[in-house]
Structures are given as C-alpha cells and as structure tokens.
Design a protein around this ligand. Structure first.
Ligand SMILES: [Zn+2]
Length: 371
C-alpha cells in the first residue's frame, strides 16, 4: 500500500540547512530529535520520547518537526497507522530514504541521457541492461557448488541472521508462553524494564507460499519496521521455547533462496537482441499483415471536409466559364514603350542606317571602326 513518506536523508539535509546540527549529537536539537524518533520501533515510544524531550527543545525546532505529520516521517508510526486504520500490514524493510530509487536512477543514467535525443534508442538500451541484470541475478540465485549445498537464505539474509543472533542475549528476557490453536503466543518483557511488555505470535506451521518461514509478529514494531526478527523472537529461538524452530525458520521468507529463485526462474529468458536481422532470422512472418508505403497509393483528395459546400452543376459551369475567359484575354503592350518613341522619327528608321552613321564617326577620327 503506497502512501506519502518523506525521505529521511533529504529531511535531514533540510533540517541541517535551517538549524545546523552537524552529526546530530547536540541534545535537544532538531536533528538529534529527528534521529531519535526515526529509530523508534513503535508509536508508543515516539509519543513517550516526544513528551519527555519536547519541553526542553527550542520552539522553532519543535515547530519544524511538527510541520510534517508523524506517519509521513517516522517509519514506526507509518506502519502502525496502516494497521490500525486500514488493517493492512505494512513493512518498511528498514528503508527510510529514497537512496534505493536514486541509485537505480544512477544505474540507468545512460538511458535517461538518451531519452533527450532518441526514445527508441533509449528503450533498446534499457531492455539490454535489464536483460544483463536478469541473467546475473538468475545465475546467482541458482548457483550450485560441488563442495557444499547452498544455504537456505540469500547472502544478505545469512549475514543479517548472523548479526541479530550474535547480539541477542536471551537471559535478559522474561518469556511466558501460551499455546493457541494455530500459533504460539508469547508475552516477553525485559528483566530490567518489565513494564514494557510485548506480545509475540509465531505460527505453528509455515504457509506454503512462505517457503518454510515461520516469521511471526511482535507488538514491539521492529519486525514490521525492519522486515527482520526482533530481539524477542531471537530470544525465543535461542532459549529453545519451541523445539522445532530453527534460526533459519524464523527469518522472513523474502530472504529465502527459494523466493529468490522464483523471482528469477531458471527457464526465464529476458531477450535483448532486438534487431531487424535477428527478427528476420528467428521469427516467421505473418503473411496477412503487410506494410503499404504511402507512395504506392494514388493521389487522392482525401476525406472531404464536412463543412465545405458541395458544388452543383451551375457552380461547375460558372467555374469553367471563368477559367476560359482568363485563358483568352487580349494581350496588350504596356503604354510606356510607345511614349518613349518619337512619332515623327519612327518611320523609315532601320538598323543599317544607324550602323552607317556610327562608322562615319570612326572614319573621321582616323580610326578603323568595327564594320
Ligand atoms: Zn519484538
């Protein structure tokens, strides 16, 4: 389910621009408070910290934090709001910033530059790149080794599991188990803070589409915010409260190798060689579809305009007469030519006489003329 959520990275940049704050280590500053509330896993913790520290903050810093709704800037509140108001389980998968989207933008930079010049070329590059990514992921997901069986989780899943199991100490928790029909119900609290109680649910059997995962829910909010088992779940596994529950089973299904393999099926092919030569070579043409270039069609007037008046017989006759008249008009020379010739000298004047007169001039000067 999509909803507006402000990127934490850009929100921090804006806070720094307005109030400074450096690394966010100054207590009661806007950035310090934002970082603190962003780490909370449930709305109750956000409210509690707000009540505790807001009176100590500057009014302008407090007002800036309040200018955006809590469910639009803190992942814990976002998850709880979706569940309480719409009954939808929203998981933030530990994401708070737009860096994932932006890195994809950067990866496709070559394509984005081409869109300004030739959209078809950009589309071809996009398909080619997608094909390369698909092949790379497919090979990784289905990689088999002769030395060892591949782990049930992805590389990232294995690393995350090792990390959360290493830092959890089950002796810190008080755990109370109640058996239900389809799930195990637990009430877990920390020995040092027993007034904070959390209710956990772990399914008795894994659902088919979850590939063996028995990742449950916890009211602490960490599983929905991070998409990972919380310390309470890890404590239950480590303390052996459920005998058949392994550390691989408690991890969510989106870190399982089976899910990864389904996303990139071994038989799946993402074709990228879209050239005319390859199309001609690998595909059979549809004989019923043929391209008709514009120059083979006769010159036609095209579709007549609906508003244009249709000519009748009388109109055609009138048009023909006017055309004829225009063709047979009397040619007349412009009157300016006649005006320049003197009427008295115009008679008996010819070219030979003019030439003789000219030659006489040259003889008088003792010069051989042109004739
Ligand atoms: Zn928990």
């Amino acid at each position: 389910m999509s909803a507006l959520f402000h990127c934490a990275f850009h929100r921090r940049q804006n806070i720094k621009k307005k109030f400074g704050g450096g690394l966010g280590n100054t207590p009661y500053s806007c950035l310090w408070m934002f970082n603190l509330l962003g780490k909370c896993s449930n709305a109750r913790a956000v409210t509690w910290l707000r009540e505790k520290y807001e009176p100590l903050m500057r009014p302008s810093h407090r007002a800036y934090l309040d200018s955006v709704e809590d469910h639009e800037q803190f992942p814990a509140v976002r998850c709880e709001k979706a569940l309480s108001e719409e009954g939808v389980h929203v998981c933030m998968y530990g994401r708070t910033s737009s860096s994932g989207v932006e890195s994809m933008n950067r990866a496709n930079n070559e394509i984005r530059q081409r869109t300004a010049v030739d959209i078809l070329n950009a589309a071809l590059v996009l398909i080619k790149k997608e094909s390369e990514r698909f092949d790379r992921n497919k090979n990784d997901a289905h990689k088999v080794s002769v030395w060892a069986t591949p782990p049930p989780l992805t590389h990232k899943g294995m690393n995350l599991m090792d990390e959360i199991f290493r830092k959890c100490d089950p002796s810190m928790y008080r755990i109370h188990l109640t058996e239900q029909e389809t799930f195990h119900s637990f009430v877990v609290s920390k020995l040092s803070a027993s007034f904070w109680e959390y209710i956990l649910r772990i399914p008795k059997t894994a659902e088919e589409e979850h590939h063996g995962s028995r990742f449950g829910t916890c009211t602490c909010g960490f599983p929905t915010k991070e998409g990972l088992p919380c310390d309470h779940m890890v404590a239950i596994v480590k303390s052996g409260q459920i005998p058949d529950l392994s550390k691989f089973d408690i991890m969510p299904y989106w870190y399982s190798r089976m899910k990864w393999q389904l996303q990139f099926p071994v038989n799946g092919v993402c074709k990228s060689d879209i050239t005319l030569a390859s199309i001609k070579l690998n595909h059979r043409p549809d004989k019923f579809i043929k391209y008709c270039p514009s120059w083979v069609a006769g010159k036609k007037k095209g579709r007549p305009k609906t508003e244009k008046r249709k000519l009748g017989i009388v109109d055609h006759v009138r048009k023909g007469v006017s055309k004829k008249r225009r063709r047979n008009y009397d040619r007349t020379l412009p009157s300016a030519i006649f005006d320049s010739i003197d009427d008295d000298n115009a008679h008996g004047l010819n070219w030979d006489d003019i030439q003789l007169e000219e030659n006489k001039k040259y003889e008088m000067d003792g010069y051989q003329g042109p004739v």
